[in-house]
Design a protein around this ligand. Structure first.
Ligand code: NAI
Ligand code: CS2
Length: 491
């Protein structure tokens, strides 16, 4: 079977859109840290559009900070891959050429630092997951207890963390009289630019306060809101593509038609004039808060409740009417905490979200969304509940989402099937919950965990009581019965 590469590009079926620019003329203006599925389906597509428009400054040199998997998928393909945009039975396929190469940082940390320090590098984008910033999810402080970060605090001769690579490279740029690059977090974190900036400056302080000051004054870390649902690619996706198109592509990604990138207009160097799908603004926070609390808050609640009920995919969970009513109720609660952008019609946005979740062609796994809950819940559900409580309102549906996450920590679903709790704090949480006699004990144990639970909720007796009632119901009756028993929404 032929494999996608520069040599076989011409043999692609005419139905597949391919790069309309000469890749040999492209300059590597972007370094991306965290070459995962989302980057390939979102930012890389926007940069590919820039290249197709004739602005050849925006080629991407991609880096994995952890493992060779994606490098081994992409380099035999000369960095080429397909994006499959699925909407029900429809699919649009496009070959993306923007990623010029992939480097595995642990194999060549010095090479990655030089890549970042290159005068050609104007922008660094990151999708290293919420846990990649080495920040405490609740407080935003550097997790100095993290062994990788401790290593980067001790020495940046061979960085291992995202902040470590950025500080090491910025030090070289400063020493060489170069300006900083603009560092753009594309992770689902509130105030992601400020958090990245804070992590970089705090780490730089450990090494050279003058460098930290220079970064603070000269650097740029724009806030962003990023949105495109990109489920992990499966072996079946790759096999079906090969069967249908006579070509192997081991790096393909699947996604939905919807895409949105809201970027704070704060750059310390050249800025791409992106086309549609990208909005530059001074105020990202309203967009980011609406998306994190409505889309991601519902996603996490669906993932845990659906996963506990033994349901594998988001669209299948929403085939159950009580689940749809629950999601609407969660949105009713969350919407009252928003200060949405004037341009955002929240009712229309909710309808669009439900339609996006219903897109069965994505086959978005509940277990994938359930990953890293300790890093996601603070911004997706807990902050929303804290705001509701601050306004003197209850948060029954939002709290059920938190209860389902807590129940998920047991590692078994309602049918007794075991699952892995894939979370950087899983062991710590398990230790807190172990030997607790009942739901009330498990609630009190988790509420005391300040790395996850904000101070405003740790002493909120009404929240603790609601969380306990929901957790006990999930443990005794299961997810679907608990959902079905929820009191009807007051008229
Ligand atoms: P993925 O699993 O395909 O890629 C994750 C990337 O993060 C990999 O390159 C991995 O090596 C890296 N990574 C993981 N832990 C790390 C750490 N501790 N330090 C450094 N790098 C680390 O996942 P995907 O789909 O690309 O998502 C990545 C992030 O993108 C998400 O966590 C989220 O913040 C953001 N995002 C994802 C969307 C999606 O639908 N998949 C949509 C919107 C945002
Ligand atoms: C999902 C997000 O896996 C998850 O946590 O909720 O990746 C979600 O698909 C994106 O934020 C959509 O933009």
């Amino acid at each position: 079977m032929m494999r996608l590469s520069s040599a076989t590009l011409a043999a692609l079926p005419a139905t597949i859109a391919r790069p309309a620019y000469d890749r040999r003329q492209v300059k590597p203006g972007v370094v991306h840290l965290g070459i995962g599925a989302f980057h390939r389906a979102h930012q890389a597509v926007m940069f590919d559009d820039m290249l197709a428009s004739g602005d050849l400054r925006w080629g991407i040199r991609a880096v994995s900070l952890r493992s060779p998997g994606v490098r081994d998928q992409m380099m035999p393909q000369d960095g080429l891959y397909h994006i499959l945009v699925r909407d029900g039975a429809d699919v649009a396929i496009r070959t993306i050429g923007a990623v010029l190469d992939v480097t595995v940082a642990p194999e060549d940390p010095a090479g990655v630092v030089e890549m970042l320090a290159s005068p050609d590098t104007h922008i660094v984008t990151l999708t290293v997951t919420e846990k990649g910033y080495k920040l405490d999810p609740a407080s935003g402080a550097l997790r100095t207890d993290d062994p990788q970060l401790a290593a980067d605090i001790a020495s940046l001769d061979a960085p291992v963390t995202a902040p470590g690579f950025l500080v090491a490279a910025l030090a070289k740029r400063r020493a060489r009289g170069l300006p900083p690059f603009t560092a753009i977090s594309c992770d689902n974190l509130p105030r992601n630019g400020q958090r990245l900036r804070g992590a970089v400056i705090a780490l730089a302080q450990h090494h050279d306060p003058a460098l930290a000051d220079w970064i603070a004054q000269e650097g740029a870390f724009p806030e962003t809101m990023v949105d495109r649902i990109v489920p992990a690619t499966t072996a079946d996706d790759i096999a079906i593509f090969a069967r249908d198109h006579g070509l192997t592509d081991e790096a393909l990604v699947k996604t939905e038609p919807f895409t949105q990138w809201v970027i704070e207009d704060r750059f310390c160097g050249p800025r791409p004039d992106f086309g549609p799908g990208v909005q530059f603004t001074a105020a990202v926070a309203p967009w980011e808060e609406a998306k994190l609390r409505l889309l991601n808050g519902a996603h996490s609640a669906i993932a845990y409740l659906g996963g506990l009920a033994g349901i594998d995919h988001v669209h299948e969970v929403l085939e159950h009417t009580p689940m749809r009513a629950f999601v609407e109720r969660l949105w009713d609660e969350a919407a009252t905490t928003l200060s949405p952008p004037a341009e955002l019609d929240v009712a229309a946005y909710r309808r669009q979200l439900m339609a996006r979740f219903d897109n069965g062609a994505l086959m978005h796994r509940t277990h994938q969304i359930a990953m890293d809950g300790s890093q996601k819940l603070p911004q997706r559900l807990l902050a929303t509940i804290a705001d509701r409580r601050r306004m003197g309102q209850d948060a029954e549906a939002l709290t059920l989402g938190v209860a389902a996450w807590l129940r998920w920590q047991a590692g078994v679903n309602d049918q007794g099937a075991a699952h892995i709790v894939d979370d950087p704090l899983a062991d710590r949480i398990a230790a807190l919950l172990k030997d607790q006699p009942d739901a009330a004990g498990r609630v009190q144990a988790i509420l005391a965990y300040d790395a996850i639970v904000p101070a405003a909720l740790r002493d909120d007796a009404a929240f603790a009581e609601q969380l306990t009632v929901h957790l006990a119901s999930l443990e005794e009756k299961g997810a679907m019965a608990t959902i079905a028993a929820m009191a009807p929404i007051p008229a």
